[in-house]
Write a new protein. Structure first.
Length: 70
């Protein structure tokens, strides 16, 4: 389990500077509008990947729980 924690911590440290990257579109429209997040891949891709990760993990946990109860 320690190895997983170290890998996760390393990934978080390595990816943290990515949140500081600005992109075109700021200043032209409302940066807090849903359209801004939906139309810019810098926002929509991480959101899509996060949702997909949660769905995969939940599916795996449910299937694992079903297999344990059999």
């Amino acid at each position: 389990m320690k190895t997983v924690s170290k890998i996760l911590a390393s990934a978080m440290v390595a990816l943290s500077p990515l949140s500081a990257i600005a992109h075109a579109g700021h200043g032209h429209d409302n940066p807090l509008s849903p359209g801004h997040y939906a139309n810019n891949p810098e926002h929509s891709l991480p959101i899509t990947l996060a949702i997909a990760t949660v769905v995969v993990l939940l599916t795996w946990l449910v299937n694992r729980k079903k297999n344990v109860t059999r």
